[in-house]
Design a protein around this ligand. Structure first.
Ligand code: GRG
Length: 321
């Protein structure tokens, strides 16, 4: 274990991104049929922030941190336990971006500063690359996780990942989103708009982010109290991440964002901006930052080990892309 003097988030994040990308490249080196694997790698290995995978590692490291450990130490054991799961989450995330960009969904030509998957490989291959990534994520989690993780724990993690991805999670959220797209300017009553928005966000983005934090801790065998606190922290961070995303859609530019800005607004999507306005959205972000830090202190985990999670919340809120 390496230890340093003070916690530096940029260094922490860059090192976790490198680890995640190295391992993703290793898992995704299949070559037959070669065009399919190429399409899977094209989206999975392109320049993402890796926030979900980093959250998974950070939660595992927080649980694995014992008193007296420096917060920028590299907890090799925790990282090895959580890396297959972190990569599985990134594969599912990449799959959702590929499908989201298809002409039948958001129809976006750019993603992560590059042409979208279907622009390079065609719609049929993009669809199949997404399908393969979805199932390969589960294969990776189940086949690559260390053998000494209790099987019951691993199967619970796989079950939760399926729930976060499917009809009760991301897919359900996408469908709920599609159902109201184009209606942002309709006369929703305020309460109704807010309720629909909450249901979309909790499932479409929130569920996978919550899972990312929870799973890192669950794989480490965290106590029930720590698990509950970290799951709640994941919900708070998921909502904050989405509000920041909605704000970036109106304030960002294509070069920094790596995708087309203003699309939510143009499509008449229900977002935090269309329902509450920019000012309220920013106030909510402040509240969530405070609430998230508070929830972490209730986890009972060692303070030094929580610093990466604290910093990830701040990053999710203040990021520029
Ligand atoms: C077929 C299982 C299945 C799902 C597809 C298309 C779809 C259903 C769901 C859409 C989910 C989606 C794309 C939500 C948007 C989430 C979001 C804010 C993405 C941007 O995430 P970042 O900022 O991106 O973390 P990077 O590029 O940094 O990884």
């Amino acid at each position: 274990m390496r230890t340093g003097l003070a916690f530096n988030f940029e260094t922490y994040h860059a090192e976790r991104q490198r680890l995640i990308e190295e391992r993703l490249a290793q898992y995704l080196r299949g070559d037959d049929p070669s065009r399919l694997w190429e399409a899977m790698r094209y989206s999975s290995l392109s320049a993402g922030k890796r926030i979900r995978a980093t959250l998974c590692l950070a939660a595992a490291e927080a649980v694995g941190t014992k008193g007296g450990t420096s917060s920028d130490s590299f907890n090799q054991e925790a990282v090895e336990i959580a890396l297959p799961c972190a990569c599985a989450v990134e594969m599912i995330h990449a799959m959702s971006l590929i499908h989201d960009d298809l002409p039948c969904m958001d129809d976006d030509d750019f993603r992560r500063g590059k042409p979208s998957n279907h622009k390079v490989f065609g719609e049929a291959m993009a669809l199949l690359a997404g399908d393969s990534l979805l199932v390969y994520a589960f294969e990776t989690l189940l086949a690559q996780s260390p053998i000494d993780i209790p099987r019951e724990r691993l199967s619970q993690v796989a079950r939760e990942l399926a729930a976060a991805t499917g009809a009760r999670g991301m897919v359900g959220g996408q469908v709920a989103d599609m159902a109201v797209t184009g209606q942002a300017h309709e006369p929703f009553n305020a309460e109704q708009g807010a309720q629909i928005l909450r249901q979309i966000h909790e499932r479409k983005t929130g569920a996978l982010i919550r899972f990312s934090v929870w799973s890192g801790a669950a794989l480490m065998g965290a106590s029930e109290n720590a698990l509950n606190s970290l799951a709640r922290f994941g919900e708070i961070l998921g909502l904050a991440f989405q509000i920041a995303d909605d704000l970036l859609d109106v304030t960002g530019d294509i070069k920094t964002l790596g995708k087309t800005p203003g699309k939510d607004l143009a499509a008449g999507k229900l977002t935090w901006i269309s329902v509450y306005g920019e000012q309220v959205a920013r106030e909510k972000l402040n509240d969530l930052e405070i609430e998230g830090q508070q929830v972490l202190t209730e986890s009972g985990l060692v303070e030094a080990g929580l610093r990466p999670l604290q910093a990830l919340l701040t990053y999710a809120i203040h990021r520029s892309h």
